[in-house]
Design a binder for this molecule. Structure first.
Ligand code: XMP
Length: 524
């Protein structure tokens, strides 16, 4: 039986990406209305799609439609006979195809504008008028495209909204996908529901059902699957889904690299095996990792060593797993999420090759396994919701991210067992206090770093000369930019006092008040 794609099971709005930094938000907004949307590069050949979209959105983009190397949509999109919405560049593309009346604007328009809807009966603008819309364009329409009429204007854009006289083909100059467009979400919903008649059935409850079936169809009745787990939300959710689909034919491996959080390996084992029924093998390779890290202080070298050693250990352990029925392991599970997929397909320019997604550390290249990625259509918040539906605890589902190289990049300088023990203990106390204060879910990521400097202190009557712990806590939506979290002074006082008193080897605690940029989240 052929394995169905999500886009052939759920009504799908196809977003063709012309390279705007906002393109992925279109997909995001539609999903918030339980409408499944998928993004593909603008160069997608329509005849190569194995499913039919309910509607197509042409995104914005940084190019000029009239430029020689400008990207253009496959004209077969018009043969689909489904509603089309062009946003910014997407609208200019529609105009270019229908009369070429596009050129440079007198000045670039960037910022808010007020939308004036001329045809209030048009389904695209249902419940929308005089709202603020967000503009970001240098080119504009110099006239109406052939066969179109104007349905909305703004002070600077006489063709702010247009529609074809006979077909449901729309163009808008503004960006409904950004939150600055106050009723932008409503407009996207109007397009998908009123015009495309897309079913609002994209829920994680429905996804579980179809995904489990999809995994079963793909893997078949006998094949075995292997995957690495880290204790983080993505690998746990992916593993639980695999277990629901194929039971013990899924083999999870947790590699203890010696730089995990305090008690992490034991905690993950308890949660995954006892709590979630996942077939898990824990491999203690901490000595191997730590011996390879001996004498290394450069952060990038630490990352490389940990990545390479991980592959080595994982492959060695995978070899040892011999399924009872003599089957070979055929698939490798990977917790790839939709933002990774989007990044790999994102259209960067007609002359540039489109990036392919690199699987973590090259495991796949070495192991000659086929890849299985059950979360590749999901955004992070969808994964969290899915996790909760699969019975994974709130605490795990909302866990802060933890970097692959772990505490090795939070022990500045050389990584030794002793240094890791200090950093771990301080981190444990810090996170415990954050949880006790009810702040964990308000903070995006928090951790302690051990600095390779010594500082003078006094304990009782004794002079001490010991190391410094730096605490970091940030708030962010995307981890590209971040602000430090404004703790109450009393909270910091309590944590500092506990760490100095309870962790041998620490004489002083500082709090990092640097944003990203210019700093990064991690210290190394
Ligand atoms: P930075 O330090 O780059 O961190 O501002 C942004 C986010 O990425 C995480 N991070 C990593 N995750 N391997 C990972 O798996 C790494 O080498 C790595 N470096 C940083 C960091 O924890 C934060 O969430």
């Amino acid at each position: 039986m052929a394995v169905e794609q999500v886009s052939s099971v759920f009504d799908t709005i196809l977003v063709l990406d012309f390279g705007s930094q906002y393109s992925h938000l279109i997909t995001r907004r539609l999903r918030e209305f339980n409408i499944y949307a998928e993004m593909l590069p603008c160069t997608q050949k329509i005849s190569e799609l194995s499913w039919k979209p309910k509607g197509v959105i042409l995104s914005g983009g940084p190019y000029s439609v009239y430029a020689e190397d400008a990207p253009h949509v496959d004209h077969d999109v018009f043969k689909l006979n489904v509603p089309i919405l062009g946003i910014c560049y997407g609208m200019q593309e529609l105009a270019w195809i229908n009369g070429k009346q596009v050129g440079r604007g007198e000045k670039r328009e960037y910022g808010p504008a007020t939308l004036n809807v001329l045809d209030k009966s048009d389904p695209l603008f249902a419940n929308i008028d005089h709202s603020t819309v967000w503009m970001s364009h240098g080119d504009k329409l110099h006239g109406l495209p052939t066969g179109f009429k104007t349905i909305a204007t703004s002070d600077n854009s006489p063709y702010c909204g247009i529609v074809h006289e006979k077909e449901p083909i729309y163009g808008i100059q503004f960006h409904p996908e950004v939150t600055h467009s106050t009723q932008g979400k409503q407009l996207l919903k109007n397009f998908a529901v009123n015009l495309c008649h897309a079913n609002q059935n994209w829920t994680m409850e429905n996804f579980i059902e179809t995904e489990i079936q999809r995994i079963r169809d793909l893997v078949g009745p006998t094949a075995e699957v292997i995957g690495a787990v880290s204790g983080g939300v993505d690998s746990t959710v992916a593993s639980k889904l695999m277990t629901e689909a194929i039971g013990n034919r899924f083999h999870a491996i947790l590699v203890d690299n010696g730089v995990l959080r305090l008690n992490e390996a034991a905690t993950v084992k308890k949660t995954l095996v006892e709590g979630l029924g996942i077939n898990l093998t824990v491999v203690d390779a901490s000595e191997e990792f730590l011996s390879k890290l001996k004498g290394v202080t450069d952060p990038e070298k630490k990352r490389k060593i940990i990545g390479n050693t991980f592959i080595h250990v994982f492959e060695r352990e995978a070899e040892k797993i011999k399924p009872k029925d003599g089957q070979e392991i055929q698939y490798l599970l990977q917790g790839t999420l939709y933002p990774d997929v989007i990044e790999s397909i994102s259209f960067k320019g007609p002359s540039q090759t489109i990036k392919t997604h690199h699987n973590v550390g090259g495991l796949l290249d070495n192991m000659k396994l086929k890849l299985i990625e059950p979360l590749r259509e999901l955004f992070k918040d969808e994964v969290r919701h899915l996790g909760e539906l699969l019975g994974i605890s709130h605490e795990l589902v909302w866990r802060h991210p933890f970097p692959g190289p772990g505490i090795a990049i939070r022990v500045l300088g050389e990584v030794t067992k002793e240094q890791v023990a200090i950093a771990r203990k301080a981190d444990y106390i810090y996170i415990e206090e954050i949880r006790k204060a009810g702040l964990y879910d308000k903070i995006s990521q928090a951790f302690a770093c051990l600095l390779p400097v010594k500082s003078v202190g006094v304990m009782g009557d004794q002079r001490t000369y010991e190391q410094v712990i730096a605490l970091r806590a940030i708030e962010t939506t995307d981890f590209m930019t971040a602000d430090w979290y404004p703790f109450e002074h009393s909270f910091l006082k309590k944590v500092a006092s506990r760490i100095v008193n309870e962790v041998d080897g620490v004489a002083r605690v500082t709090y990092d008040i640097t944003s990203k940029p210019p700093a990064t989240v991690e210290w190394e």
